[in-house]
Design a protein around this ligand. Sequence first.
Ligand code: FE2
Length: 318
Amino acid sequence: MTQLLTNGATTVAMFNAEGAAGPDRIGAIAGEVRAALETHGAALMSGFGVSSAEQFEAAAQAVGGELYPNNHEHEPVNADGTVQTPVFYPADRKLLWHNENSFNLEWPLRLLFCCVTAPAEGGETPVVDSRLVLRHLDRSIVERFTERGVRYERGYHRGLGLDWRTVFDTDDPGEVTRKCAAEGVECDWRADGTLRTAAVRPAVVRHPDTGELSWFNQAQHWHPSCLEPETREALLALYDQDDLPRDCRYGDGSPIEDSVMAEILGVYEELEYAFTWREGDVLAIDNVLVAHARNPYSGPRRLLVALTEMRRFDGNGD
Ligand SMILES: [Fe+2]
């Protein structure tokens, strides 16, 4: 049975197993799930009892087709890295809304999550209809971002965040420079052997299948004004403004105003929809149609993630 969970803005289509149980049953509803994804951008398969990496891999393939192996940002769970754990983030903080890998040249069109251990409290994966984000934002903000895109700057500092050797899976700086050039990323090697990269990506894209326009970026993950005030202060005590581990600007290099980021956060907050995870649940999302976040939580929590249908900004979806 399908039920629409909605706050009047963002909608999640819920498919309930209703005792017809068994992770194998997801294959039988995969077509309906894909249809719901195309309309609503989010589909929750509840009560199917998907409780292991193997079962999740099969369910994710049934809905999303071929799974994309580990991208070195997530921790692999199975042998080929197609089932991963989400990026680590402190449990007491909210991981802000984002479209997965929208700072990269290549990103998944679809994403699946599985709840293996539900937290005692919180830990939801709120979703937000990105088509509505685009419509709710002030026109002048949308125009600015559409024309200029977002410049994501990243400093690979030793001992803070991921080292470049881990992210690029090599010890050879020359190989890193070549990989970056192939993906439209500028490399700035520092005298101490650390690296700073910058990439300009679109902020608004058309859905490759439906042609709908969507707000598709993750500026709020990179902009210093979106950090907790004490974290921002601590970072600015350690680094110059131009040397922060993460920063983002408009694509032309000009700063994005704190007030603009505050408005963007406000729109996400207003539109987000959060359901309560139950163990064995699987959530499928269309990465262009919805953004996702993670709420703070207490107690143990284990989610698995899989990425499918990889697209590139220079191909479909730009
Ligand atoms: Fe994510």
